[in-house]
Ligand binder design. Sequence first.
Ligand code: NI
Length: 182
Amino acid sequence: MAILKVARLGHPVLRQVAEPVDPRSIRSPATQRLIDDMIETMREYDGAGLAATQVHTLQQIAVIEVLANPRYPDAPPVPLMVLVNPVITPLTDATEEGWEGCLSVPDMRGMVPRYTAVRLQCLDREGQVVDLVAKDFFARVTQHETDHLNGIVYLDRMRNLSTLAHVAEWNKHWLGIREQAD
Ligand code: NI
C-alpha cells in the first residue's frame, strides 16, 4: 500500500469529471490497489473521505470513513465504505448548513448547505450493488465526495464565502457556532 499525493485546489484534475468504472474491472488488482491506497491516504491525513480525482485518477471511486476523527471531533461515526460509480438522489428539499473541510483545500473550513437525506446508489469494492439512504453527516460526506467525482469542490456549494476560515481561526472563533446536522 502507498500514501498517494493529494491534489490541491488549483490543480486542473480537481475540475475534471471522472469516468465510470467498468464493473468487470472492479476486482482487478490495479483497481483493488487503488482502493487500498485511497483508504490508506484518507486515514493518513484524517480525511472523512477521499475521491479518486483528488489523487489524480479520473475514475468514479470514493472512500468514506469517520471514526473518532480529530478533524471532525463531533461527527457521528461512518463505517468504511467504498463507493464505485456513486449516484446521489436527494430525498428531501431540506438542506442544512454544516462545516466542511477538504484535503484538497488544506487548513480551511467553510459552512456548506447539503441535503439532509439522500439515496446513495453505487457498487462496492466487490462489485456488489449498494442502495441505501444516507442522512445527516453521512449524507453530507457522500455529497461532498460525489461532487469531487464531478469536478465540484465544497467552495462551489457555499452560499457565500463569509464563513470561509483558516482552521486556526476557525478553532478560535467559529468552532462553538454550530448549525450542522451532527
Ligand atoms: Ni474533499
